[in-house]
Each structure stands twice: as C-alpha cells, then as structure tokens.
Design a protein around this ligand. Structure first.
Ligand SMILES: *[C@@H]1O[C@H](CO)[C@@H](O)[C@H](O)[C@H]1NC(C)=O
Ligand SMILES: [Ca+2]
Ligand SMILES: [Ca+2]
Length: 300
C-alpha cells in the first residue's frame, strides 16, 4: 500500500512540476465510437493533480488548429499519439506514423509499458508508433496500453483479496486528499475552496487514522466508526476521473489514469473495476462506483 502512495504523490509532484510527465500516455481500450466522437469535441482538461493529465489519455484525432504566425506549419500542428507532423508537397502539414526508432529510449523502468498483447514496449511512444504502423489491421485495432511498466506475471486475484481491495483503496484515497491538503498553498491550488473545507474537517479530526500500514481489521473498524470521513474521498476520485465527458459515468479510458499505474502493483485492480460495473454496460456509473467502495451516499 505504501507503493500506491509513493507513486501517486510522485505523479502529483510531476503534474505540478512538468505537465508532460513521464507516465503521460495511456491508450484507450475498447473505445466506443460514440465515445470517440465525444472525445473529439472535448477540449483537453487541465492537469489532474493526483494522476496525470487526463488529456493525455485521450485518443483524439489530430486537430487542425494552426498558428498562422508560425514559420513551420508543423510547429503548432497537433497529431495524435503515434503520429508526427510532416509537410506534404503543397507545404501543408499532415500527420504520418512515427518511426518507432525515432522514439527517445527509456531511461527508467517505469517508462516502459505493457501492451494488451502482453509485450513490453520500451516506451508509450514505441507502443503508439507500432500501433499506428498496424493501422487498419485487426492486430493494430486490438493493441492498447494495458499498464505502466514492463509486462509481468499478474497473479489472479482471489475472492478474499478482492474484498480487501476497497478497504485499502478507501484509506488510501483519504490519505491522498489529506496529503494534497497539507501541500496546498497559495501557489498550488490543488483543491478548490469547497474541497479544502471538506478535507480540513478530516485533517483536523484527531480520530483520523494516520497514513501507514494498517491491518485489514483496523481498516474495516475505522470505516465503520468514521464512515463520514470516507464519503468525500470516494466522490472526489470519481470527479477527478469523470472528465471526458463529465456525465457521471466512467468509460474505460476515463478510468485509465488510475488503472494503468495501479495494475502492476495491485493485482486485484482489473477484477475490482470489472466487478464494479454491476450492470455490465462497460461504464462505471457514480452509483456503481460508490457501491463498490461501500458508500451509500450518491449525492454530495
Ligand atoms: C506476460 O509476459 C510476462 C513476461 O514476459 C510473463 O511472465 C507472463 O506470464 C505473461 N502473461 C500472460 C498472461 O501470458
Ligand atoms: Ca464520463
Ligand atoms: Ca455500469
């Protein structure tokens, strides 16, 4: 559980320091067409404080906004991941598949990514360039980024472990919020005033369980005793992810910023989120999300 905390805080720090963080590109798995249309219409959101900038998870088509003052027509021409801008014979910018060998080599292990084909790619850039080269093929269609880090054996998640997962995740979400609150200053507005007021109450509560390793019994007991402290963190995380579009439903791609870094550390991640989708419509509604975490309040 410590690993979660470290990773997420590390990402939070990165999002602040450099919006184009390392773990920025996670592909969309099984995007529905409707969703893709919705994504195209959405403008990218700002940096997500806890995960990474969710805008980077979008599978948007190249947009054609150009800066006419730019000398090079490609300079401000945006291509989707896996593609780069080149000029055609009329000197017009166009997006072409990136040569995988032009991707900068990874310098640290967690720049590597595991594809849904269970093959390790040196970087997300490599994966998307490879996917682009396979465009139009079934293999290309099926290739997505599964999780951050090299492919590894992910143990199957047992029933008992599955029930432990929300206990630890709830506690962790609460700690993430408290940590963001502690770090918040005039300069880094990670939380809105309204959110700060809610977290302040948790922060000032002496009965709050401090961050650290706790037994499952203690976590379960604390949830019962201090239930109210867990409501907001669960809602807050949902709101962080529900951005494309904001509709109280999480698509696979909206969930990706949380899922992709978590899978290699927490082998119950996939099973947990699959189980959350109780009506199996491939979306996690706010109702399903809160139920998953044992929260009864649907409205905040
Ligand atoms: C995926 O690849 C890893 C590393 O090569 C291997 O250990 C693991 O068993 C593979 N998983 C599956 C489901 O094939
Ligand atoms: Ca949504
Ligand atoms: Ca659902």
């Amino acid at each position: 559980m410590r690993a979660w905390m470290v990773l997420l805080l590390c990402l939070a720090g990165k999002a602040l320091a450099a919006p184009e963080g390392l773990v920025a590109e996670v592909d969309v798995v099984e995007e529905t067409e409707q969703e893709e249309i919705a994504l195209k219409q959405e403008s990218p959101v700002g940096a997500n404080p806890v995960q990474v900038d969710t805008g980077d998870f979008e599978d948007v088509e190249e947009d054609t906004t150009k800066d006419f003052e730019a000398e090079n027509p490609c300079q401000n021409y945006h291509c989707k991941r896996g593609k780069v801008c080149e000029l055609d014979e009329d000197n017009m910018p166009m997006c072409v598949c990136q040569d995988p060998t032009s991707c900068p080599p990874s310098t640290v292990t967690f720049e590597k990514v595991c594809g849904t084909d269970n093959k390790t790619f040196d970087s997300a850039c490599q994966l998307f360039a490879t996917k682009c080269a396979l465009e139009g093929t079934k293999k290309g269609h099926k290739l997505h980024l599964d999780y951050i880090g090299p492919c590894k054996e992910i143990p199957t998640c047992g029933d008992a472990e599955l029930t432990e997962f929300p206990l630890r995740m709830r506690d962790w979400l609460k700690n993430v919020l408290v940590t963001l609150y502690e770090r918040d200053s005039e300069l880094t507005n990670l939380l809105t005033e309204k959110q700060k007021t809610k977290v302040r109450k948790m922060y000032e509560n002496e009965k709050r369980l401090e961050a650290g390793e706790h037994s499952l019994d203690l976590l379960a007991h604390d949830f019962e005793k201090n239930y109210n402290m867990y409501i907001f963190p669960v809602h807050w995380q949902f709101g962080q992810l529900d951005q494309h579009p904001i509709d109280k439903f999480l698509s696979h791609s909206e969930l990706a910023p949380l899922r992709a870094p978590l899978i290699p550390m927490e082998h119950c991640t996939n099973r947990f989120f699959e189980a959350c989708d109780t009506d199996s419509d491939k979306y996690i509604s706010l109702n399903e999300w809160t139920m998953c975490f044992g929260i009864k309040e649907q409205n905040l």
